[in-house]
Design a protein around this ligand. Structure first.
Ligand SMILES: Cc1ncc(COP(=O)(O)O)c(C=O)c1O
Length: 389
């Protein structure tokens, strides 16, 4: 659906615009029927055919596509600098569609500390499929090269990783994947296109849990896949979305698109707050180690500066002691909320090993924080009192 007043996602005009402008305009139009500036939510599940049997406006049935979803897809493609995008009902629905697109006997390379839900999906849901997976430390490029096999078809990247905030060199891994004739896909949920655009570094596709920063208000579940160029895994994901049924609701698409309007400004505040809090934690005597890629001495700091200068809004830290001490800090916070997920307005704190469950490699004394949009000093004071026994 061509935008009337806003730029179409892939038009040269859209490409030339800056991210703040795309966040407000891409994929939107002034409603031609009413003049409404804010787009309506299109709830209709079915669309009229012309007398000759065509669908002149490009929509036939809501599972296969609807105007609210199309607007979101156009906006995300423009913001990532991609060719096309697909919106799904959740982040993991995107990963499901990607793995479903592989052939029996194919091989996946994935990060050794990949988001635990993805490990559950590959091992638990696809475990009985004849698809092999090697989990490697993606910060070690030799390990990635050594993991490549003749049947490697998919290289999954997550940077920064969850919850250790490890940084993978996007440009280097994209080259390794291309040489292996595999498709590289980056989970960029933690950064969004405001902080890092993997396609600019040669990555083939980006996926997001839009449930997080992109929606931004912890009130809509969704996922998105954005491609730099035509490829068979994107086409198979499209088919999986259309006929597998993981379509997002129009209301979730609308909420997510509304959230995107403020994404660039929210991300700046998330990054600034997280940097201040990481700096505070680095000097606190009760803290053993801080994981924040926007500050030295993080081992991925130089790579992060190159590909994600904002540092992001996520950080983790280990307290001196073990599980009990970490749980104690989480129990004493007053302003932070003890909850999973990330990317919303509220600051969240989480004992990550306990949500990941048995088999988790996350240290027991580690807490992960999603830094929200409150005042940084208030958040620092809250952590200071929680760290004091
Ligand atoms: C990095 C990352 N990727 C993907 C997902 C999955 O997204 P969803 O919960 O929308 O399925 C999550 C969820 O926490 C995540 O943190």
């Amino acid at each position: 659906m061509q935008s009337m007043n806003g730029p179409k996602a892939n038009s040269p005009k859209a490409q030339a615009m800056k991210i703040e402008t795309l966040a407000v305009h891409a994929g939107r139009q002034i409603d031609p029927g009413t003049g409404a500036v804010t787009p309506p939510i299109h709830l209709s599940t079915t669309f009229e055919r012309s007398p000759s049997g065509e669908y002149p406006l490009g929509f036939s049935y809501a599972r296969e596509g609807n105007p609210s979803r199309r607007s979101l897809e156009e906006c995300l493609a423009a913001m990532e600098g991609g060719k096309e995008s697909l919106a799904f009902s959740s982040g993991l629905a995107v990963a499901t569609a990607l793995v479903q697109g592989l052939e029996p006997g194919d091989h996946i390379i994935a990060p050794d500390d990949v988001y635990y839900g993805l490990r559950q999906l590959i091992g638990g849901i696809f475990g009985k499929w004849p698809v092999e997976t090697s989990y490697v430390d993606m910060t070690d490029l030799d390990a990635v090269r050594e993991a490549v096999r003749p049947n490697t078809r998919l290289v999954l990247i997550e940077t920064p990783s969850n919850p250790l905030l490890k940084i993978t060199d996007l440009e280097a891994v994209a080259q390794i994947a291309r040489k292996a004739n595999a498709i590289s896909v980056c989970d960029a949920t933690f950064t969004t296109p405001v902080v890092q655009r993997p396609l600019d570094w040669g990555i083939d596709m980006v996926w997001h849990s839009t449930t997080k920063y992109i929606g931004g208000h912890s009130d809509a579940t969704g996922g998105a896949l954005i491609t730099r160029c035509d490829n068979y895994l994107f086409e198979r994901a499209r088919k999986s979305l259309m006929f597998g049924g993981a379509a997002p609701s129009p209301f979730d698409c609308w909420l997510t698109l509304r959230g995107i309007s403020t994404l660039p400004w929210r991300m700046r505040a998330h990054c600034a707050n997280a940097k201040s809090i990481a700096g505070f934690l680095q000097t606190h005597p009760a803290v053993e180690r801080v994981f924040y890629p926007g500050l030295p001495p993080h081992p991925g700091y130089a790579t992060a500066q190159k590909q994600m200068p904002g540092g992001g809004g996520m950080l983790s830290f280990q307290v001196h002691g073990g599980r009990e001490e970490a749980m104690g800090v989480a129990a004493r916070v007053r302003l932070f909320t003890r909850a999973t997920s990330l990317g919303g307005t509220h600051s969240l704190i989480e004992h990550r090993a306990s949500i990941e469950g048995p088999g988790s490699k996350t240290p027991q004394n580690l807490l992960r924080c999603s830094i929200g949009l409150e005042n940084a000093q208030d958040l620092i004071e809250d952590l200071a009192q929680a760290l004091t026994r």
